[in-house]
Design a protein around this ligand. Structure first.
Ligand code: NDP
Length: 298
């Protein structure tokens, strides 16, 4: 048996094209472009790359990108003042603070300051609460992108057994909430879970968000299950290479022998994250400007 490889890259490209259509309609109706502000504090090389690619993708979708780059020694008060300014700016529909912040800053307080209606990362306590209560709101991008891939492949998820491995605020917990809202029977596994292989083996849907290379083996999977691999791990370089290979949390070569469908790494969940960020921004823009969102698939 060889599983279907879920093409997150193609799905994300389609989603971005749909977002661009919605952004164009919004610009006509509102008389301005939807806008995303990204705040970067410090010089972390990976964060700089992420911020640059988010900015590029925003512009490609026909939205305005506002980048705020602050020095690594920025004081908490100055960062909070910037968030307040962006909260009040009518041209800004979404605010994303690139994490992690330098150690002297109180990350939770900064995120909590973001207006929940502009919280395109879905990480404020209000957004988290809305998700838990089943109220409309903005949802973290990676889990929402993972859910989109699942629904695209499986249709209704109602009644399916889902195991989410990982309980982070960013991925595991919101993923579990989203699956619960789709009427899955959800188990959240973590580092203290006993007999993880047995827990995983009963799942129709496995979402791995652990950060450990190829930890989940083919023998742990129920035949015919669907596997969403959120993990992004770089292996040590092999002979003659400067960079190691990127792998997920699932042993892909083994999983394709057992599962019905698997996301690859790279090219699975990864590309969905920015596409959903753009989706969240255009949705927030409609809500914030009081422009009705046209019916359709976003
Ligand atoms: P965190 O480190 O915040 O959380 C990891 C989770 O895995 C924790 O809940 C931890 O349990 C659990 N865990 C660790 N070891 C084990 C183990 N041996 N058995 C079972 N559970 C374990 O990571 P994130 O959620 O932020 O990210 C997870 C992965 O997803 C990473 O590889 C990250 O790079 C990737 N990622 C990918 C994104 C994308 O765009 N595709 C976006 C975000 C993340 P405990 O709580 O008990 O410590």
């Amino acid at each position: 048996m060889s599983a279907e490889i879920i093409d997150g890259k193609a799905f994300a490209a389609d989603l971005r094209a749909r977002v661009a259509d919605y952004a164009a309609t919004f610009a006509q109706a509102a008389g301005r472009k939807a806008g995303l502000a990204v705040v970067l504090v410090g010089e972390d090389p990976a964060s700089k790359v992420y911020v640059a690619s988010k900015g590029r993708a925003t512009i490609e979708c026909g939205m305005a990108s506002f980048e705020h780059k602050l020095p690594a020694d920025t004081a908490q008060e100055a960062l909070i003042a910037l968030i307040d300014q962006l909260n009040a700016d009518p041209l800004v529909d979404g605010i994303l603070v690139q994490l992690p912040l330098p150690g002297h800053l109180d990350e939770q307080a900064v995120v909590a300051r973001i207006d929940p209606d502009k919280d395109v990362d879905g990480l404020t306590p209000i957004s988290t609460g809305r998700l838990a209560l089943g109220q409309p709101g903005l949802v973290p991008c990676t889990p929402l992108g993972s859910l989109m891939l699942l629904k695209d492949r499986l249709g209704s998820l109602s009644g399916l057994d889902a195991v989410v491995i990982g309980r982070s605020i960013l991925v595991g917990k919101p993923m579990a909430q989203l699956l619960l809202a789709e009427n899955c029977t959800v188990t959240i596994a973590h580092s203290r879970t006993r007999d993880l292989p047995a827990v995983v083996r009963r799942a129709d849907i496995v979402v791995a968000a652990v950060g450990r290379p190829e930890m989940i083996k083919g023998s742990w999977l129920k035949p015919g299950c669907t596997v969403i691999d959120v993990g992004i791990n770089r292996l040590p370089p092999e002979d003659g290479q400067t960079k190691g290979r990127l792998v997920g949390d699932v042993d892909f070569a083994e999983a394709v022998q057992v599962a019905a469908a698997v996301t690859p790494v790279p090219g699975g969940v990864g590309p969905m994250t920015i596409a959903v960020l753009l989706r969240n921004t255009v949705v927030a823009a409609h809500c914030n400007a009081g422009v009705a969102l046209a019916a359709g698939a976003l």
